[in-house]
Design a protein around this ligand. Structure first.
Ligand code: RM4
Ligand code: MN
Ligand code: MN
Length: 423
């Protein structure tokens, strides 16, 4: 689409006001000299399944102009990236995004400046052409033939990922049980590990496997990879290319996610993130829309833990959004999420870590809180905008998206009644 033509005028109109705000924060706050570079390096992958309107089990209210195929999904992420220059990768879900022409798909993505992030397998749904059912689980299944089918699917996903230049496989399992007594926990765990070992053996040398956990849903009594402890113990059994993936919505209420993140990082087993926000369960709402302070505290631990290990913030973990949009325009929602993530990251980079450590060592609890909240309460929007500007993005991506009437153009091109593949 035609972002390029209008981007220049859009930025020109806003430049003076931006420069005022940027000068102000630089005069008020000690900004680390590499902060803008770090923000510019930080790319957040967009999930292919979040480009259409999501639904609940009660219904789905499509907004129109949704991508009808993988090519249009890539075009949508390309559009986001043209606006914010921070969404430079797409994560595919197989079989929803299977392609018979990976070369063409790879070339199309490259035209939009996009790379392929982790590929995701799906053994939580039955497909039309599938021999055996996952109703009672996949990698944990009591029937070896079902386990084999699920392992084969994951290997097929790796193959498709190799063709596209992806470097990681994310496994999320809905396996578990709905009623007490239904499952032998120990055997389900062991069968799952055995199946995962077969998948792990098929990983190319430069690939990683991310094992995502989730407390409940669709199983409501037990989930076999239900929390970070279960995932962590499994990835430890697999090997050094296996890591735990944290999806923010996959915890029981009030879990201290920042502490989980800190310890997984310390153990060298944190692989990546699925960002979203929630009030109750796996609500998949816009990142930072409900608990922005929690998002900041998580980034505070990420920055601290990555620095302690000399890790590259941008490249050494997988950064991804995993969200679903029931009432918002999916593209607008994703723009909001990306910006919220960048703001939390920028705020975490502003934390005075020397002072924080000194306050901790003096047991000065009040000072500890002041130091964190000083960073959190800093309006970092002009820092994030400056990074975008230097990358060639829009000063206000949302305003440009609306001014260009992008959704209407998409509806005209694709129709008002399209429905993207996904949940
Ligand atoms: C799950 C989980 C996975 C995603 C699916 C669609 O709840 O978050 O990451 O692949 O949803
Ligand atoms: Mn997820
Ligand atoms: Mn989820």
């Amino acid at each position: 689409m035609f972002v390029g033509d209008k981007l220049h005028d859009h930025n020109a109109l806003r430049l003076a006001a931006h420069e005022r705000r940027y000068a102000f924060i630089n005069s008020e706050v000690a900004i680390p000299s590499d902060l803008i570079t770090k923000l510019k390096d930080f790319q957040i992958a967009i999930p292919s399944w979040a480009l259409g309107t999501g639904g609940t089990r009660f219904g789905r209210f499509s907004g129109g102009g949704e991508p009808r195929n993988l090519e249009e999904k890539i075009a949508d992420v390309g559009l986001l990236h043209a606006l914010n220059q921070t969404s430079g990768a797409i994560s595919l879900h197989i079989p929803w995004d299977s392609t018979t022409n990976p070369t063409a798909i790879k070339a199309l993505a490259a035209q939009h400046g996009l790379a392929f992030d982790a590929v995701n397998s799906n053994t939580f749904q039955d497909q039309a052409n599938q021999a055996l059912s996952y109703k009672f689980g996949s990698l944990q299944h009591v029937d070896a033939a079902v386990r084999k089918q699920a392992v084969q699917h994951n290997i097929e996903v790796i193959q498709q990922g190799i063709d596209l230049g992806s470097k990681s496989l994310t496994v999320w399992l809905s396996d578990g049980s709905c009623f007490p007594g239904q499952l032998n926990f120990r055997k389900a765990y062991e069968r799952t590990v055995d199946s995962l070992k077969e998948i792990y053996a098929a990983l190319p040398g430069d690939w990683n496997l991310f094992l995502e956990y989730k407390a409940y849903e669709p199983n409501f009594y037990s989930t076999t990879v239900g929390d970070w402890g279960q995932s962590y113990s499994m990835v430890n059994k697999l090997g050094e290319k296996a890591f735990t993936l944290v999806d923010l919505g996959h915890h029981l209420p009030n879990a201290n996610i920042e502490q989980i993140v800190s310890l997984l990082l310390m153990e060298g087993k944190l692989g990546g993130f699925h960002f979203n926000d929630s009030k109750y369960g796996d609500d998949d709402l816009t990142a930072g829309s409900i608990k922005p302070y929690q998002l900041f505290l998580i980034f505070n631990e990420l920055v601290d833990g990555m620095d302690a290990k000399g890790m590259n913030h941008a490249k050494d973990l997988g950064w991804m959004i995993d969200a679903s949009h029931n009432v918002k325009d999916p593209l607008e929602d994703l723009l909001q999420s990306v910006e919220a993530i960048q703001m939390a990251y920028a705020q975490a980079l502003l934390v005075d870590r020397t002072a924080l450590e000194a306050a901790r060592n003096a047991n000065d609890v009040v000072a500890c809180q002041e130091i964190l909240q000083t960073a959190f309460r800093t309006d970092v929007r002009s820092l994030v905008a400056q990074a975008r500007l230097e990358l060639g993005g829009a000063l206000d991506p949302m305003a440009l998206f609306r001014d260009l009437g992008i959704r209407n153009q998409l509806i005209q091109q694709r129709g008002a009644k399209t429905q993207a593949t996904g949940l």
